[in-house]
Write a protein that binds this ligand. Structure first.
Ligand code: ZN
Length: 463
């Protein structure tokens, strides 16, 4: 058989381990995995000598916000950044204007993204109404999961959060119960509103230009308590629950105490793994994210949790704002918009750990790809195996990545100040979507509109 494409000479990162082999790709899928010395006929052959081949990353936590707020980036600019970061499928959060909280808005965003995406995309929805019929309609819309916040909408952003913010635990219980009934996973931003209110009162007496004021306003216990509450509610509700962006040692302790009690999982993000509050103090409000970046002790606890399985996913929480939006609040951590770009740092952050010998490549593949596909019902993604989609990232562990405003592709390149000047061991040499090279290590090599809507199997037609 003659394949469309053969990738030879590389080391394949499979669930069974890392091994040399050739990938035969046909019609966008991995048709065969052969031993390195087998002869393979293909229309096109790439030499991947010296490179490792991983499944393309599936980023289950991304904020593009498009079509609103083009000054923060467009589908084209931010999915180009995904391609450069080795991400082949992104899950877009529903926070936008208007909020993605109904089937017609899911359809609107699906068509908008499809017109110019360079990578595949799935869409979250917000549960605007806690009724069985509304949840059923969202499940049928092809939404990959629901997103909820356990805190009220930030003031001035009510439209973006319409149907997302459920601070009352009775509502959280209802949302989890309905989600379980309709087979929709729920992803939660977990902070406790009463603890945040106490933090805000405390912070009001502190210097708003000081990074420590933001940390005081949103302490780790706010996260830990909200997670404990959700996990207690889920004992009764039985939903498939996922905790977004865990930041602190105390929250990890809560996750461990609830281990096995219901079907839940949890993630952290590269900025929490790479940086500390001291870096936030250095870059100012550009380093403001919610929940805040914590201490070196918390950071070490997060790495430990990746090793012991308390955390099973690493995601970007890519949330770009414009320089103007950040700069106009430069002296006020309490009013500055929260968010930092992430798509171009997710894999570099983890590859750096591999190059330093503290993480293995199969574990990285699981943390950024395989576990996401499994958890969110995208069965033909996230793995190098015969029959799976040929969504791949080729990495060079002997290279390095040095982000600068000049070489980043995100429209928020100038606000990614936590990453500017950082040096990661490891380099992304190419990204492949359904057998097509979309990034060659220096340039985007696909046309806008190459990316497709990724629909979870549960919602009907597969991906
Ligand atoms: Zn987020």
């Amino acid at each position: 058989m003659t394949f469309d494409l053969a990738i030879t000479g590389g080391l394949l990162v499979t669930p069974q381990g890392v091994r040399p082999g050739t990938l035969g790709i046909q019609d966008g899928r991995i048709a065969a995995i052969t031993s390195p010395d087998a002869s393979v006929e293909a229309t096109e052959t790439w030499d991947a000598a010296g490179l490792h081949v991983l499944p393309g990353a599936i980023d289950i936590h991304c904020h593009l916000r498009s079509p609103a707020y083009p000054e923060r980036g467009t589908v084209e600019s931010e999915t180009a950044a995904c391609a450069a970061g080795g991400i082949t499928t992104l899950f877009e959060m529903p926070i936008t204007d208007p909020c993605c909280n109904a089937p017609d808005r899911v359809a609107l965003r699906r068509d908008h993204f499809a017109a110019s995406a360079l990578v595949d995309f799935a869409l979250y929805a917000a549960p605007a109404e806690l009724t069985s019929s509304a949840f059923e309609a969202l499940a049928e819309s092809g939404a990959v999961a629901l997103k909820i916040f356990t805190i009220p909408a930030p003031s001035g952003r009510e439209r973006e959060f319409e149907g997302l913010a459920w601070p009352d635990p009775a509502d959280q219980l209802q949302a989890l119960t309905l989600a379980a009934r309709h087979g929709l996973p729920v992803v939660a931003h977990a902070e406790h509103p009463a603890i945040l209110a106490r933090g805000a009162a405390l912070a009001a007496g502190l210097d708003p230009a000081d990074a420590a004021t933001h940390a005081a306003a949103r302490p780790p216990i706010a996260e830990a308590l909200a997670v404990a509450q959700l996990l207690a509610l889920n004992l009764q509700a039985g939903a498939k629950l996922h905790i977004a962006h865990v930041t602190s040692a105390v929250t990890l302790e809560v996750l461990r105490r609830f281990a096995g009690s219901s079907d839940f999982s949890a993630e952290t993000c590269p900025h929490y793994l790479r940086h500390t509050h001291e870096d936030v103090a250095r870059v100012g409000v550009y380093g403001k994210v919610n929940p805040p970046i914590r201490t070196a002790t918390d950071r070490e606890a997060l790495w430990e949790a990746l090793h012991d399985g308390t955390l099973t996913h690493v995601t970007t929480d890519h949330a770009a704002f414009s320089v103007t939006e950040k700069a106009s609040h430069a002296q006020n951590f309490l009013t500055a918009p929260p968010g930092h770009p992430g798509t171009e740092f997710l894999l570099p952050c983890l590859l750096d750990a591999v190059a330093r010998g503290t993480l293995t490549l199969p574990r990285v593949a699981d943390l950024v790809s395989t576990a996401a596909a499994r958890r969110f019902d995208l069965p033909d993604r996230g793995v190098i195996a015969a029959g799976a989609r040929a969504d791949l990232v080729l990495v060079d562990l002997s290279g390095e990545t040095r982000p600068t405003p000049e070489n980043l592709l995100t429209a928020a390149r100038d606000v990614a100040k936590l990453a500017h000047g950082d040096r990661y061991l490891g380099r992304i040499a190419a990204t492949v979507l359904a057998g097509q090279k979309i990034w060659d290590g220096t340039t985007i090599t696909a046309a806008p509109g190459t990316g497709r809507f990724a629909r979870p199997l549960r919602s009907g037609t597969g991906s």
